[in-house]
Design a protein around this ligand. Structure first.
Ligand SMILES: N[C@@H](CCC(=O)N[C@@H](CSO)C(=O)NCC(=O)O)C(=O)O
Length: 219
């Protein structure tokens, strides 16, 4: 029998979408295990005992945790197609730098936009746009961050595109107005099936965030 691959995930998680894109790029079939984060199963706690978070990739019974580590694992475990990282060490370091930048900035600033109000939200919006502009500059005129094919940085960043509508709705701003080239890049990448089938519907994500804000007493 072939590889036994299971994903312990939460549908709206941009981290989960990263791994879904990577697995699709590699053509790896997997079982999907949606997790209820308010009522974590023994399996999730057993597979990620340190953070007890999603997502976890379980490959032949062995768990891998942390989305960017999982994407690198996928790239090494299934080498026969769609390399996600350059073989050149320096280019690899640059890719890891920008994926780390996404990890450090985009999730936290995006979360700040929907969990704060007034001046806190305004400063989060500014920092968020500043971060996207840096990424837009790094992309330049390349089709993908790593060059001619979809790679590690694209996998790290693209999932957040389906959260942009939620950020814009709650923050009352327009990302495309400030970062037209980055939005054009996101839309172009969505034409790839590995991306379109891994990202969730922006309206569904936005509805989820509004529900979370109500639960947090922010609306
Ligand atoms: N750095 C990790 C983040 C995972 C995470 O935040 N998972 C969240 C849901 S998605 O926002 C999670 O599992 N939260 C549940 C909890 O914190 O109890 C990664 O890259 O995989």
């Amino acid at each position: 029998a072939g590889d036994q691959v299971t994903l312990l995930n939460f549908w709206a998680s941009p981290f989960g979408m990263r791994v879904r894109i990577a697995l699709a790029e590699k053509g790896v079939k997997y079982e999907y295990g949606e997790q209820d984060l308010r009522n974590k199963t023994a399996l999730l706690l057993q597979m990620n005992p340190v953070h007890s978070k999603i997502l976890v990739l379980v490959h032949n019974g062995k768990p891998a945790c942390e989305s960017l580590i999982i994407v690198q694992y996928i790239n090494e475990a299934w080498k026969d197609k769609a390399p996600l990282l350059p073989s050149d060490p320096y280019q690899g370091a640059l890719s890891r730098f920008w994926a780390d930048f996404v990890d450090k900035k985009i999730y936290d600033l995006g979360r700040k936009i929907w969990t704060t109000k007034r001046e806190d939200q305004e400063s989060a919006k500014k920092d968020f746009i500043d971060s996207l502009k840096l990424l837009e500059g790094e992309l330049g005129d390349k089709p993908y961050f790593g060059g001619d094919t979809l790679g590690y940085v694209d996998v790290a960043l693209l999932p957040f595109y389906c959260w942009f509508y939620a950020y814009e709705t709650i923050g009352n701003f327009n990302i495309e107005a400030d970062c037209p080239k980055l939005i054009a890049y996101c839309k172009r990448c969505l034409q790839k099936e590995s991306v379109s089938k891994s990202l969730e519907d922006p309206q569904k994500v936005s509805d989820f965030v509004v529900m979370m804000r109500k639960k947090l007493g922010l609306e």
